[in-house]
Design a protein around this ligand. Sequence first.
Ligand code: C2E
Ligand code: MG
Ligand code: MG
Ligand code: MG
Length: 271
Amino acid sequence: QAKTLGRSRYEFFNVELRRRMQRRLRLEQDLRDAVRLGKLWAAYQPVVDLRTNEMVAVEGLLRWTHPVHGAVPPMEFIPLAEESDLINQLGAHVLRITTQELAARRARGIDVDLKINLSTRQLDDPALISDVEHALHTTGLPANALCLEITESALMRDSALASEALAALRELGVRLAIDDFGTGYSSLAQLQRLTLDTLKIDRSFVMRLGESTDAEAIVTSIIAMAHAVHLTVVAEGVETRTQLNLLRDLGCDQAQGYLLGRPRPAAELWS
Ligand code: C2E
Ligand code: MG
Ligand code: MG
Ligand code: MG
């Protein structure tokens, strides 16, 4: 009895595993085509200044509408791209389309900055700096209007290539942000050494604000730490009024979240 149960379980996992691997392989091929055909697009989420309540920036977030599966979330296809050689092409595409879309809005007098995400592997790509330079040059977007977000875990990797890339980006005048802060293990000393401009508090802490005094204590200390090294603090994932008011009271500089605006296509956001 136990033995047959064991075997059928094994077969179940086997079938399940094969099914998943096949979906992955197919998705990877589809993603390759989507990148090549320019089918990936960006949604823009407002970043709001907590003192003036004005939209000061937008974060460009990559979107993939699959012909069969519909919207595939970045959490699924970014790792796929990272495991293949696709991530650099994909990163170059995001850079191109978002700087173009933003420069077009700025030409119409909409004064907002652009934030986009960089993956770990892009920091190791020697073409990154020239891609950024090219995007700024062709669109006329000022370097200081572009902020590149890098996750805490990617920044703490201690890679020589990445440090060089960060220095070169800073040289261009581009802004740098540490994304999803609080999920890694960086120290105050590391934060200072990296000379970034912005720190984004991870949604997992913001989510618990107003429910747990622990979360409030953590957010308070993150803000104090960030301000000590002159970083602008952005809270991500703000969904309630309570969270927003608390963050403002705690001295957080900017916020982003469904309460303030969901990511939307440029044509909708600025219709
Ligand atoms: P992220 O950079 O931390 O972006 C914030 C994510 O939180 C976005 O998810 C956004 O839609 C979501 N979000 C914003 N406000 C709220 C809220 O109030 N509640 C909830 N529940 N979620 C909120 P999205 O667009 O699914 O992107 C997920 C992650 O994928 C991003 O996290 C980023 O790490 C990565 N990603 C997205 N676009 C790109 C890209 O162009 N390049 C790279 N390398 N990574 C990207
Ligand atoms: Mg981000
Ligand atoms: Mg983030
Ligand atoms: Mg996040």
